[in-house]
Ligand binder design. Structure first.
Ligand code: PA5
Length: 447
């Protein structure tokens, strides 16, 4: 079972000659990545993670997950950006579509809610209602330990935990995933005795899904994290050892840069399964933060199809021609729903009787690909054989590796994110954080 990149539908936009011409550049970018000779080279720990991870910690993650499954009705996962999206993408990709509301017995693992990814009072308030009468635990995830959004959410629910269980038991229900030795959260974890997991120094947030950042919540959901790592190792082997001509990650990096150089400014990732929504969100962060800098980059966008064919479909088909589309195609649906014949064909759907709903979905996908191609939107595809841990591990690695190579082709440092600091500086100044007095004065004049 292999996750494969296929750009055969984009043949009219990217020629074999262009791909050959891009080979030297792509291999050079690959070498810069693998020699660790490029910008951001202190953040390349993700390259070997699938084969070189902390096995002792991995076992502790499984034990902690089993404890949470045993003593909690709910797990709260507090984090934002790279400390959030990977776990959510994986859990939604791998779990039942209605995981949190499945009746007891149908789901043996805790409900899982994500928070600390906004500053919404309503969200916090409403989540407190959900917790009433339920046993819960908290996984606070922050590499820096000082990010405002998760820190606020953590304060609120730490207090709720303490009120419910007392400080000693509350501390046993808090799991901190953070830097191994530095930062406010690490200090607090040490003081209070929280069980801690490490975000390695050389792994940036958006590349951290295969560390404890992603693995603990994913394991709590009941997913098999051994299989996930196996899949990632297979993805790594394919990315590192396959020649350019048949290397999915290198080909994807090459094709998107060819299209970008021809004027395409937007890449739209399109899925045909609602459970891939957060894979698209994870992908948006990965490519957006890695490439969008120095006034460069392809803007990463996403649509859920066929849903958005009834809204954004108009623009993709017929609006300004700035984009190409990358379809995430889950080839094998886990569910078979057969359409039945009705006596009176009022809705005119009887021609589909005996057909599988997934056949209809795939026909919609194929029809859309051709329509968009006819509308001058180059179409790329990532084929995902099944929605399981092994394929997801490959998918994560495929995109991470392609992103590193693609960023170097583009000529940026794919592993920093200086732009995310600007809003924080202004927010701190407006909130009156000590040390920001001068900025505050200037901003207030402008408001
Ligand atoms: O990719 C990144 O670096 C960011 O999205 C961070 O992951 C995000 O800001 C959260 O940071 P932290 O884990 O330090 O709270």
């Amino acid at each position: 079972k292999e996750v494969v990149f296929d750009y055969s539908r984009a043949a009219g936009f990217v020629s074999a000659e262009e791909m050959e011409n891009m080979k030297a550049t792509t291999l050079c970018a690959r070498d810069v990545l693998m020699d660790k000779s490029g910008a951001g080279n202190d953040f390349l720990g993700w390259i070997d993670l699938p084969v070189d991870y902390d096995k002792e910690e991995f076992e502790r993650i499984k034990k902690a997950a089993a404890k949470i499954q045993n003593d909690s009705d709910v797990l709260l996962v507090v984090g934002i950006g790279g400390s959030y999206l990977g776990a959510r993408a994986a859990i939604e990709f791998l779990s039942h579509s209605f995981y949190n509301v499945l009746p007891k017995g149908k789901r043996k693992t805790p409900e899982i809610y994500f928070l600390g990814n906004s500053i919404s009072s309503k969200y916090i308030h409403d989540l407190k209602d959900v917790l009433e009468g339920k046993d819960f635990s908290v996984n606070i995830i922050s590499k820096s330990g000082t990010t405002t959004e998760p820190a606020i959410a953590f304060r609120v629910f730490k207090e709720m935990l303490t009120e419910k269980y007392g400080r000693e038991e509350a501390n046993k229900r808090i799991y901190a995933t953070t830097d191994k030795s530095r930062g406010a959260l690490k200090n607090l974890a040490t003081e209070e005795g929280y069980e801690s997991f490490v975000v390695p120094d050389d792994v940036g947030g958006r590349f951290s899904v295969l560390t404890a950042v992603g693995l603990l919540p994913i394991a709590v959901s009941g997913a098999d994290i051994d299989k996930l790592m196996e899949g990632a190792a297979a993805g790594r082997k394919a990315a590192l050892e396959t020649p350019y001509e048949s290397n999915s990650a290198l080909q994807y990096a090459a094709v998107r840069n060819i299209l970008h150089r021809k004027g395409k400014a937007v890449e739209i990732v399109a899925n045909y399964e609602p459970s891939l929504h957060y894979v698209s969100e994870w992908w948006k962060q990965l490519f957006g933060e890695s490439e969008g800098k120095d006034r460069r980059g392809i803007f990463p966008a996403a649509v859920d199809l066929t849903t958005d064919l009834h809204s954004m479909g108009q623009f993709i088909q017929d609006g300004s021609r700035v984009m190409f589309e990358t379809v995430l195609n889950v080839e094998e649906s886990p569910a078979e729903i057969l359409l039945q014949k009705e006596e009176v064909d009022t809705d005119g759907m009887n021609y589909l009787a005996g057909k599988n709903v997934d056949f209809v979905n795939k026909s919609a996908m194929n029809g859309t690909i051709l329509a968009h191609t006819d509308g001058d939107v180059p179409n790329l595809m990532v084929k995902i054989p099944e929605q399981d841990e092994y394929c997801l591990g490959q998918l994560f690695y495929f995109f991470e590796y392609a992103c590193g190579v693609s960023g170097y082709i583009l000529g940026v440092n794919p592993f920093n994110q200086p732009g995310v600091e600007s809003y924080k500086k202004n927010m701190f100044a407006l909130l009156g954080k000590p040390g920001y007095e001068k900025e505050r004065e200037e901003l207030l004049k402008r408001l």
